[in-house]
Design a protein around this ligand. Sequence first.
Ligand code: PRP
Ligand code: URA
Length: 241
Amino acid sequence: MSQSPYMVADRESLSSPGSQFPTTICAMAAPTQFPNLIVFDHPLIRAKVTLLRDVNTGDRAFRALLSQIAGLMVYEVTRSFVTDTITVQTPLEPCAGARLSQKITVVPVLRAGLGMTAGVLDLMPEARVGHLGIARDEETLEPHAYLNKLPPDLDAGPVILIDPMLATGGSAEAAATMLRNAGAKDLRMICLVASPEGVQRMGRAHPNMTIYAAVLDREINEKGYILPGLGDAGDRLFGTH
Ligand code: PRP
Ligand code: URA
């Protein structure tokens, strides 16, 4: 049997220190040659990604699935967020609880990143939303930024970059650079499908940034599309194909 490139972390090691219960909804696979990447290994996510890949899945179902997967991923992406202890009054007595300490910013890369944003905000409605518009030139595959609308104090807490496709990595590298230049310190990325080339490029350009991907695919082709991939995410999301 060939050696898997993944080390699947066991549930115990993923639990909070001191917790008597496993606290993850999913085991995660850590590809050993990509230290900056966390790949989800969960039956719901695998099944939904399979539907997204299917060429027969229409725009409406594509939108719903993409948003649902983003929601499932948020649980792990936010695990290291810091909380303050607060006290609430239950109907019976005071009770110590938690409140997120820092301002959270989510930043979708237009267009396709918008397809994951609602799913993230469903679980984290307190987050602020910045927008970056970046389009990849179809010939050169170089990213072109056309919009930069970010909150002024990006260093006030964690920033989550959102883009479903990490192919050559050009767009993600440009987006992360824009966020760093705008002050982001605690930066991570959620994507749906990552390519080995894109993950490696991000590791070189932004080594202190973890990428959370629903799936790591095989390669990119000569036109910059991920294989097996799911085609053009923006076009499938917005019906522009
Ligand atoms: C897609 C995708 C990423 C980029 C990935 O966007 O959403 O932003 O391509 O490719 P890369 O890693 O090679 O840069 P696209 O430029 O097609 O724009 P769109 O979302 O408006 O369709
Ligand atoms: N952008 C997409 O939408 N899909 C790919 O496969 C590559 C880049």
